[in-house]
Design a protein around this ligand. Structure first.
Ligand code: ASP
Ligand code: MG
Length: 421
């Protein structure tokens, strides 16, 4: 059994989908489950629709744009519109029309899954056009989550049971296509696993099905030691241990979703990251094999926010106060990317998400004086060497710095990275 995951960039146009079909068709006789994301930047567009519809603003133009984008791809690929596709459009329109009555995050999870539902419906029709060899499965019927809408956590016991009962029998007959990123709660409401969560879905399926391998098909040849858009010279890893890959994902390398590695490492399933553009390349294999730590790895994160919490009464920033702040961050599901404390303050760097920052203010302003500094970048060098520091594009003020035996992190002012996304 193999699991393949195709991200948004691999299916952003008709040519990409034809390529996906070729990859799948050339696959051998083994069972195969393919997990697919929304096409291109569809999830961003759906997020925009949520914002507009939730505040009862006019969303007609972006909605028509989204529909036209998918319809154009359908017309380039298929003779007929797939049977279930028009129903998806109507359903999405109906949901948007009534969205303002729901809590924002609940509303988000009602709308955003349509990207994946549409892409898999179209790709399923393409795969079945020549020969009928693919089952379409609604991932929400197997991936059970809690009700932490927009960043839901998986209920592994129920999920494993449902995958075993509903998905596994299908793999014995045909290949199966399903959606990444989406699940459902105990009441049947749609949920999502957090942005870029399709890798994680692939890992969940690999774990529950005891897959022999999991392949993530990407527009890069494998895992590189830096983002080639930021540093000129990069090196590709042929192999990485689960541990090294987990650390790289933790520090924010976008190549793999951070939650992906734990389930596959637990079952020792190798994960291959390889290019859908050039199938002759081997890519990077992540497995339990240990790897040398001789290549420094550069990880850049844009759009960072530094929050400083200062005590109000000149008492120390003691463990009790730190505990209070960390509890709030845990409650809001916020990950700290860098932190530092002093006698009277605690500063932490996080991804700048408006909605969460608003909640931080609501929950911490009573006990602390809060200040914020935005438009920051965070650079991490894992396994640094003396020469590696020179490569950092530090042309603006450094705000915070930290160094351990293996890793160096620096937070600095700049707007370059935010633009590059
Ligand atoms: N479509 C979702 C996103 O863009 C999930 C994914 O691509 O992995 O975040
Ligand atoms: Mg994606």
């Amino acid at each position: 059994m193999q699991i393949f995951k195709f991200g948004g960039a691999s299916v952003e146009n008709a040519e990409g989908i034809r390529n996906l079909c070729k990859i799948v068709e050339s696959f051998g006789k083994d069972s195969l489950v393919i997990v697919v994301s929304a096409m291109g930047k569809t999830t961003n567009k759906l997020e925009e629709l949520v914002k507009l519809a939730h505040t009862e603003s006019d969303y007609e133009e972006p909605l028509q744009g989204l529909k036209a984008y998918h319809r154009k791809i359908i017309s380039e690929l298929l003779e007929e519109v797939p049977e279930h596709y028009p129903k998806l459009e109507t359903k999405l329109e109906n949901i948007l029309g009534n969205l303002s009555q729901y809590d924002l995050m609940f509303a988000y999870d009602m709308v955003v899954p349509f990207g994946e539902l549409m892409s898999t419906t179209i790709i399923n029709a393409c795969l079945n056009e020549k020969r009928n060899f693919c089952h379409w499965l609604d991932a929400r019927s197997v991936i059970r989550t809690d009700q932490y809408f927009s960043e839901a956590n998986v209920d592994w016991v129920v999920t494993e049971q449902q995958i075993w009962e509903r998905l596994r029998p299908l793999t014995k007959e045909k290949i199966v296509i399903t959606q990444g990123f989406i699940g459902s709660d105990v009441e049947g409401n749609s949920t999502t696993l957090g942005r870029e969560g399709s890798d994680y879905t692939g890992a969940i399926l690999a774990y529950c099905l005891n897959a022999d391998g999991f392949t993530v098909w990407k527009d890069v040849p494998g895992i590189l030691n830096a983002d080639p858009r930021i540093l000129e010279k990069t090196v590709q890893y042929a192999k990485l241990s689960y541990r090294e890959a987990t650390e790289i994902a933790y520090y924010g390398a976008q190549v793999i979703h951070p939650k992906t590695l734990k389930p596959i490492a637990r079952k020792n399933i190798p994960l291959t990251v390889r290019s859908f553009l050039n199938r002759d390349l081997d890519g990077t294999v992540i497995s339990s094999e240990s790897t040398k730590k001789d290549i420094p790895c550069f990880i850049f994160k844009g759009n960072q926010l530094l929050v400083t919490a200062q005590v109000k009464d000149h008492s120390f920033m003691d463990e009790k106060k730190l505990g209070l702040i960390l509890q709030v961050l845990d409650l809001l599901n916020i990950k700290i990317n860098l932190m530092q404390n002093s006698a009277l303050t605690f500063s932490f760097c996080i991804d700048n998400k408006k909605f969460k920052v608003k909640r931080i203010k609501e929950l911490l302003s009573r006990d602390f004086i809060l200040s914020f500094e935005c438009s920051l970048n965070l650079a991490t060098i894992k396994n640094y060497t003396p020469e590696s520091f020179e490569k950092l594009p530090l042309n603006r003020s450094v705000i915070m710095e930290q160094k351990t035996v293996n890793n160096y992190q620096v937070l600095y002012q700049s707007d370059d990275l935010a633009e590059k996304g």
